[in-house]
Design a protein around this ligand. Structure first.
Ligand SMILES: NC(=O)c1ccc[n+]([C@@H]2O[C@H](COP(=O)([O-])OP(=O)(O)OC[C@H]3O[C@@H](n4cnc5c(N)ncnc54)[C@H](OP(=O)(O)O)[C@@H]3O)[C@@H](O)[C@H]2O)c1
Length: 249
């Protein structure tokens, strides 16, 4: 049966594959036929993701994304079999709830490294002819970049930076036949959302969910849109932002 989202034989690198949206995305992409390269720091959680996936020839490559001297090794290992990448998804992210008065340069750097600098470094390596031949890249932003929440200025800024880069990158990557887009999730039920809920009042959580017509989303809601953006079903789409926020109107 014809499936425009078929990803058979596409090789796709997913960061943050050890948890939440990255895990669910990896499972879905494997069901669509893709060969996955799973990264994250926790090897046991990456192995758990692998155990939930379909297909063979997937790779588990534990990697610390703030290790900027080692991206070349990550991509060399991802392409060890001379098969280049067809897609990249940057799901890894950190969302610290930090009041302005205790914001320090170290905290700023920690978040920017993973949410934004890592994204640029991944895209830079992916774009090398040695590692890919065209394909599609998806960055994960967050609704916080558009809807203000107290104590989230750093997180919102890191996601705003990612979104702001997408159009320029789309221009630069077009000649290499690489598309690039971002997904902007609302509140999604993952470890990250549970950690946030444990730090704020139940009223604040209710306020957030009240803004989402469909209340809390699930990781597969985001994974479906990521799969669409990686597949040929979106072959005429680049430089765009897709909201997956349960109707935050
Ligand atoms: N959940 C939400 O409500 C929501 C809403 C909007 C946007 N988002 C965005 O969606 C993305 C996925 O979030 P999630 O909810 O799935 O979060 P999650 O369950 O907390 O997963 C975060 C992932 O990031 C990885 N990671 C964190 N620091 C890393 C580092 N230094 N090096 C390598 N990997 C690192 C973690 O892997 P290890 O711990 O194994 O390293 C984990 O796999 C994030 O970019 C987040 O900002 C989430």
């Amino acid at each position: 049966m014809f499936n425009p989202m078929n990803l058979t034989d596409r090789k796709i690198l997913v960061t943050g594959a050890s948890s939440g949206i990255g895990r669910e995305t990896s499972i879905l992409l494997s069901k669509l036929g893709a060969q996955l390269v799973l990264t994250g720091r926790r090897k046991e959680e990456l192995e758990k993701t692998l155990s939930l996936m379909e297909g063979i020839n997937h790779l588990v490559l534990p990697f610390e994304l703030s290790d900027f001297d080692n991206y070349k090794n990550l991509f060399n290992e991802a392409c060890y079999d001379d098969k280049k990448l067809d897609g990249l998804v940057h799901c890894a992210g950190i969302a610290k709830t930090i009041p302005l008065r205790i914001l320090s340069y170290e905290l700023m750097l920690e978040t920017m490294k993973i949410n934004y600098f890592a994204f640029l470094e991944l895209v830079k390596h992916y774009a090398k002819k040695k590692y890919s031949n065209g394909g599609s890249i998806v960055g994960i932003s967050a609704i916080n970049a558009h809807m203000p929440r107290k104590c989230m200025s750093l997180y919102a800024g890191s996601k705003g930076a990612l979104e702001a880069s997408i159009k320029t990158l789309a221009l630069e990557l077009h000649e290499s036949k690489i598309r690039i887009n971002s997904v902007v999730p609302g509140a999604i039920n993952t470890e990250m959302a549970q950690k946030y809920a444990s730090l704020v009042s139940s009223e604040q959580v209710d306020n957030i969910l009240d803004g989402q017509l469909m209340l809390m989303g699930n990781p597969d809601d985001v994974a479906n849109v990521i799969a669409f953006l990686l597949s040929d079903a979106s072959k005429f789409v680049t430089g765009r932002h897709y909201y997956v926020d349960g109707g935050r109107l």
